[in-house]
Design a protein around this ligand. Sequence first.
Ligand SMILES: Cc1cc2nc3c(=O)[nH]c(=O)nc-3n(C[C@H](O)[C@H](O)[C@H](O)COP(=O)(O)OP(=O)(O)OC[C@H]3O[C@@H](n4cnc5c(N)ncnc54)[C@H](O)[C@@H]3O)c2cc1C
Ligand code: FES
Ligand code: FES
Length: 1398
Amino acid sequence: MEVSESEEATGGGVVGKEKSTFLSTINITVNGVQYEVGPDIASPSMALLDYLREKLHLTGCKSMCREGGCSACTVVATAPDTENPGATSTFSVLAAGSGGGTAGQGEEILPGGEQVAKWTTSGVAAVEEQADMGARASTGRTGEDEDACRSQCRQLLYACNGWSIETVEGLGDWRHGYHPIQTALAGFYGTQCGFCSPGMVMNMYGQLQRNESLTSSEAEKSLDGNLCRCTGYRPILDAFKSLTVDGDVRLKDRLHDIEEAHKPCCLKGKGGCKGKAQRGSKCKAQCNGRDTGSGGAGGPGSEVDRGNGEKNPSTPAQHSVRVKAGNTQWYQPITLQEVCDILNTLSEGDTYQLVVGNTAQGVYVTTDPYTSYINTTRVPELYTVQGEEQSITLGANVSLRRAIEMLRYTADTVITGFHHLRDVADHWALVANESVRNVGCIAGNLMIKHQHPEFYSDIFLTLTGCDARVNVMTAATAATATVTLEEFLALDMSRSIITSLVIPTVSENTRLRSYKITPRAVNAHAYVNAVFRLEVDPNDTFTITSRPTILYGGINPQFVHASKTEDFLTGRSLSEPDLVERACEVLKTEVFPDSLPQDASPQYRASLTQSLLFKAIISIQSDVGYTVSPSLVSAGYTIERPLSSGQQTFNTDQTAWPLGQPVPKVEALPQVAGETDFMNDVASLPGELTGVFIQSSVGRANITSIDTSQAMGVEGVVAVLTAADIPGLNNVMAEAGVHVEEVFASSSVIYAGQAVGLVVARSASAAYQGAAAVSVQYDSIQTPTLTIQQAITEGSYSLESDPVVMGDVEDAFTNSEHVVSAEMAVGYQNHFCMELMGARVTPIDDGYDVIATTIWPAEAQSVVAQVLEIDANSVNVSVRRVGGSFGQKINRCHPVVAAAAVAAWHTHSPVRVVLNLSTYLTMLGGREPYHSKYKVGFDSTGKVNGLEIDVYCDAGCVANDSSATLATSFLTNVYGVSHWLMRPYTVITNTPSNTFMRAPGIVEGIIVMETLMDHVASTLGVDPLSVREVNLATTGALRPQLQPFGRNVFAEDILPLLKTSAAWDQRQQEVAQFNDSNRWRKRGLALMPMCFNIGYGGFRFGVMVNLYTHDGTVAISHGGIEMGQGLNTKVSQIAAYILGVPLESVKVKATSTTTNANSSHQGASVCSDIVCKGVEMACEQLMERITEFKEKRRQDGKAETSWPELIRMCRDADIDVCQRLWTRLEHLNKNYDVYGGAVMEAEIDVLTGQTQIRRADIIEDCGQSLSPYVDIGQVEGALVQGLGLVLTEKVKFNSDTGQKLSNGTWEYKLMSALDIPVDLRVTLLPNSYNDSGVLRAKAVGEPPLVMAYCAAMAVRRAITAALTHTQQHTAWFQIDMPVTVESVQQLCKVESSQFTIK
Ligand SMILES: Cc1cc2nc3c(=O)[nH]c(=O)nc-3n(C[C@H](O)[C@H](O)[C@H](O)COP(=O)(O)OP(=O)(O)OC[C@H]3O[C@@H](n4cnc5c(N)ncnc54)[C@H](O)[C@@H]3O)c2cc1C
Ligand code: FES
Ligand code: FES
């Protein structure tokens, strides 16, 4: 809507002296449909994501972290290019918004005409901002922690004025056909749970839209921000590489086959392009008939124009925008002068934000609500890019992506003075991730540093290293000051604006090196970043001719220059052998890293500053022609990651297809198109309320009072519920655990983050604000017990089950030539399911309907019945699918279900509770940490005689899910040892109640066994493999707690195959040679066996198979839950095989407590087996009846008939064509062993600790695989999850309060696509067979995770090589998991005295 200035009294503040017109609404096009949005529809602080999900119901755009850290919310935008009037640019962008922090439930959208307004426009913005505070306050983060915490990057809806947004729904769907990127991702088996898939598709779509010549390397790097917890990334990378110009021919061939199977999207569409749509691009003019948008239905605002699938950026003429929503103003000025005018008109108390990418909110939460948002993305002056002879100028708003391109271009094309910009560009490419770099600008980054001096800004540091200048304009005077970066930090930036940055040239002899040392390869903040700029005269003994620049970030908020070291180096020569050594002595006198609990240790960071100086000097020496010793050269570089690759090998018996056929997952296509609904994608019901937990801020205390009065005063809050409000039992455990776990803490809290109550409100914003307003008082606050050692000291532990005794261990020790003992720990791991925990409970006429992210509906039903004290038949739980579980959704969803049920009971309204990431990570437990002590007796060949092992499992605050006994049961792995004594202890700490996570206890037990094998080898100084070989169990060998060994498949089949396929002998030599030739880089090669016993005890499921007489199609409902493991695919294959129908005619339906009552949970890898067995038997029973009928007809001389006809005839003959079956243990025969083997090669940078897994060869025994690509997906996914456990996923707590500090994507690092093994080869063991289980197959969900430890073993070898080099390897050393970059470097005992440059 266009208005003139005189109308502005009601529309906005008075701006500008001259009369002008401006728009009071914005236009946005979504999937070809244009919408006009004004203050009656959305507040200025609304995120794009919330608009898309809640109003347009485009739920393919997922909400997960809302921190910019996972890219699940990626959409593609085509926006006016301010730098080039009339042009547009296309890029991927994160749509996530704050919305008060509830995942997927954003700010309440102000209704369009047809709905009833619940809010005044003034309320929303302010409330939302405060809700951010509420989210933090409720997790108890205050003070320092609060500063360090982040939340909610947000692409603000209003900032999308004139943009055309494409969501995954716009690309393709089942009605119109799928887009080639979607079919590629599905066809390459790149989805498991499918939660990350739409974000993956949109990222790739954005890449290909921008660059039709995308290379494989570019495609791979562009996935730096997209997290996937299921697949292990390899198939996703393959799918996307197949779409690139230089994709590997094998991938291209496979893509061709996939494309043949799925013709391009518009082939099916009326008037479509008949397959002419090109790779990566949506069909354009040819596809006029295609209806692309699901966004049109019921969209908010006036629908201006029905789209045709074209990108249709409504590029309004250069109009300013001013939207007034209550007390909040949104401005979109179009000139710098207008920006200044707006700033000048703000009153004293006004708070404002300049909005560019708005990604800074992903780093630091703004606590104060703004009264004005000034979007400067239409101000051309701020986008200037100008190259001159002596400098290059970059406008303040230039995005990091564009800046990188410009820096590279300038460095490569301008003849002199800009060569250093290549290093800067490479460094900037490591800032954040692709989608953040697409919109985040230079000035925005610098302003974070300005506002938070402790921020490890890579942009600030590198620009300082370039001696850049910042141009800052003061609005009041319109005067521009030019200052250095450090002067800029001291400027008062209030009502001032950065206009540009100027980077000067450097002399030909100047070299710049910069480094960023991070917890994982990409999308991670620096532990320490550094810039070194040296001018060196190669013709004068390599003298440093001017004062060098040495800068470090991540030391402390004040530290920038290592001035004393700069002084020291001035005038010295790079040829001085002890130059670095001496410089480091100076450095030590000025670098004092601060100590923050969530950061790497000060020792490590201090050591890094020295290592990086050494690295820089070596690198510059090589560059300026100084002859560096060949063994030192690699010290000058960080480990480069080559393009990754994968190989998958399996046998399949085509005669049995579709059984064993490598089919894509049955839900793959809907998943990649965002068509599969997860719990929180289900549309709101009328009157639906939102619940937000009140969490404790201390870890061990008594509750003295809970004051809810202020919260009840928050507009929109309906109820504040505490323990006193629970009508039934205050316990979230029905059958799941013997110990009580309270829904809401009643009298005391036993961990920080515990639920104390629930605020129920009409919107998420109000609920968060309400939660923040609740005041909980405590007394008897004690220091929480957070570690196993602490718990042992305090006596907070007990035996979980009787000690395991076999033989006589004392006797074995006495008779052993060697006895050694040691300890080791395996840390906490967050499940980090991409679909966070949630539930909605809806009162109905005879009870409650529940949808929830549980994989145990029967227990959820019992819990609701228990807390409400109602009958179980009043509770109907149904689950369609969940987005990953890994064990957590067995029972950790039930606190959420229970709270939602209590709220629904009280309010008699539907109540949805979906945790945000922080609450998810702080309230719910994760994988149990372990600490183990072992003593091993062995002879001189390494043969182990006896073992004594104590395992301590940290169950958290309540021991309901302790896995200590599993650890001792599985610890044997493949080895035959005669004498054992094992004690499984459970310790109790003040941390969330921990729970099962993929291979719980089992991986920790086997890690102990493999570690002690290495210990034995180290003691004897022999090859670790020889020790393993001498200990391999033979057939019939006894093992404690499990049945005797059968044939040792590892020894007989896997080991010989692995040695050949992984070129074990040859690569051992290569690694040794590499280590000899490289002083500061080391490699390690390790081989690890795996034996994982599968047992069926206690699991049972209901299965129902229905044949429909209409057309003979099949619908299956079973008690299992599809969570990404491919259960429904296997079930469909089995049904199709036994019934003899096409796979496409089988569908698997949601699980519910009505159709599949009393079923067990999905866990322990075996449930797929059991459900599959149930389906097999049910189908066989059906076929028995049908075949009998058919035979009778044949005997009666009746002609053969079609399947649908046959099914109809059965019905007419009163033969039931539906079968229900209850699986039982006896159906599955006996326990069996799953074997595997891994070889992995790691390379470490000794100076920094950075680690790369160069190659992984995995052999997994799946028996006769039911679905090879599903099984390979499980192998790769489990492996990469395990790599996170052993390499990167470190969890930290605040030792004073007990608060979990690893509570978001910023601090907690799962593996990214660029951390996985560079070369990943997976083989399903050929010719394997299972005489137990189902259809000769073996379970696969958990076992492969165990083999990830092979990576840590390889890292140990590399560290040992480093220590050997410095004669520091004197004895066995303990390595705790995860062996992070920090651990690696610290274990290598790097000393500056070793930095001799000869
Ligand atoms: C997931 C994630 C990872 C990240 N990783 C890194 C990293 O590894 N290293 C690193 O250095 N950074 C990192 N960042 C920070 C990132 O670079 C910045 O968020 C981004 O550059 C900010 O730009 P923006 O356009 O989004 O700024 P906005 O968020 O729009 O604005 C940020 C601030 O700058 C102010 N502002 C904007 N323009 C101007 C101007 N012209 N003059 C004065 N003030 C202005 C605004 O008022 C606001 O206060 C990361 C961010 C995210 C979300
Ligand atoms: S939800 Fe958007 S980046 Fe995670
Ligand atoms: S498939 Fe990627 S998160 Fe599940």
